[in-house]
Write a protein that binds this ligand. Structure first.
Ligand code: TXA
Ligand code: MG
Length: 299
């Protein structure tokens, strides 16, 4: 499928998977309620979990939300890019998109194919990560095919460069606060808007904040592998440990994040009894990785 076909399908109300710089999204025309409903159905996503509206340009945001003061400086600095801004919604916005909330989440993605699709269609797209609800997010076109098979056409834009979902910043309260950590860090955002609220990801309506999310199907836990578990085991770590199947990941947080979901998917496919994940350093640049690892693992 090329950009023209993706735009044609979207215009007809059919969801298609598109690449973004973070993860692949299951896109549908945000202005067509039946198309949005189909996305919930395909993902198996509960109706009270809101979707992000993707825009072709920051100027489109005025059609969706009331934009509080820090909005313009954030959009100017970070869009297109892996930042989602939550703002009070306009009245016309479909409650299915917002999970019945009074706010709407907006983002302008940076992937050139996503931008082409948005600009040719000329309307906002909902685009949750293109995985079944609760499962690991896709960072390649093949990952999307592994999730949905023939049911969803994929626009192949290569492997995603960021690899974890956008940072979500809530601008609807008295002070901006991070609802989901991502590649853009607290420090990056504070450089533009001043000090953020300290709370992170403690808002119930963010599915990323459910405990079991981004999860492989194989039992996966954090551990150093000093005592190899019995049976066939997998290892996701910074150096080899002699496991039945190993994925060695880069030691810097940016490259690690880019590899994380494909590493989890590769290990999940290997028919293992358990996957051990070596805990990364406990420093701020690893915050987004830690957030995903905590949700992907059990103790
Ligand atoms: O990087 C991303 O953001 C990717 C790519 C495809 O753009 N999309 C993505 O969508 O991660 P999804 O649906 O998997 O996650 C959307 C997150 C959820 O945690 C949802 O609760 C939150 O955004 N969200 C959406 N609208 C919200 C709102 N009005 N208030 C608070 N959180 C909201
Ligand atoms: Mg998701």
């Amino acid at each position: 499928m090329d950009v023209a076909e993706a735009v044609e399908r979207l215009g007809k109300g059919q969801p298609v998977a598109i690449p973004t710089e973070t993860v692949y999204g299951l896109a549908a025309d945000a202005s067509q309620p039946a198309a949005v409903a189909r996305v919930f159905e395909l993902k198996g996503r509960p109706a009270d979990h809101p979707l992000i509206v993707h825009l072709g340009d920051a100027s489109w945001a005025t059609s969706w939300g009331h934009l509080p003061p820090p909005f313009d400086s954030l959009a100017q600095r970070f869009w297109p890019g892996p930042l989602t801004l939550v703002v009070p919604r306009l009245d016309w916005v479909d409650p299915l998109i917002t999970g019945g909330q009074s706010t709407v989440a907006l983002r302008v993605p940076r992937h050139p194919l996503a931008l082409q699709v948005l600009q040719r269609l000329g309307r906002g797209l909902v685009a949750p990560s293109a995985n079944r609800f609760g499962h690991t997010s896709p960072t390649t076109a093949q990952h999307v095919r592994d999730e949905f098979g023939e049911e969803v056409a994929v626009l192949d834009g290569g492997p995603c460069l960021v690899g974890v979902e956008s940072t979500i910043l809530d601008l609807s309260g008295p002070r901006p606060r991070i609802l989901r950590p991502g590649q853009l860090s607290r420090a990056d955002l504070e450089a533009v808007v001043g000090e953020l609220d300290q709370l992170v990801g403690e808002v119930p309506r963010v599915p990323g904040s459910l405990d079991r999310h981004y999860a492989p199907r194989t039992f996966t836990r954090l551990g150093g592998g000093e005592q190899p578990p019995p049976g066939r085991w997998g290892w996701l770590g910074f150096s080899p440990r002699g496991a039945s199947h190993e994925v060695i990941v880069p030691a810097n947080a940016t490259d690690y994040a880019q590899r994380l979901y494909s590493a989890l998917r590769e290990l999940d496919r290997a028919g293992l009894e358990i996957i051990l994940v070596e805990p990364p350093p406990q420093t701020p640049e690893w915050e987004a990785v830690w957030d995903r690892l905590r949700r992907a693992t059990r103790s």
